[in-house]
Design a protein around this ligand. Structure first.
Ligand code: CU
Length: 96
């Protein structure tokens, strides 16, 4: 398939995705992992959907299992949602 055909196809695909599925992943670097409190300190890049500039801050995590295999210094990409209880990391992956 040539590029001329592929571009409109990708565009159509992006438009078709529901807004929730696009919940942007944010780049970050792990600073501290607190398994007992289910908290993560992340030096994060801009979080567009939360209108937040880059900073280092503490996040709650949705599930303690999200902390498995994470250590300070790891580069990650993560999803964060605003809840009544504050900001919660709902998904996280190592950025290779
Ligand atoms: Cu922040």
């Amino acid at each position: 398939m040539n590029k001329l055909l592929l571009t409109p196809l990708l565009l159509a695909l992006a438009i078709a995705l529901p807004a929730a599925a696009q919940a942007d992943l944010t780049d970050g670097e792990i600073r501290k992992v607190d398994t007992d409190a289910k908290k993560l300190t992340i030096k994060h890049g801009e979080i567009k959907h939360l209108d937040m500039p880059p900073m280092t801050m503490v996040f709650q995590v949705k599930d303690a299992s999200l902390l498995d295999n994470l250590k300070p210094g790891d580069r990650v990409r993560f999803a964060v949602e605003k809840t009544a209880g504050g900001l919660v990391v709902t998904a996280i992956q190592l950025d290779k």
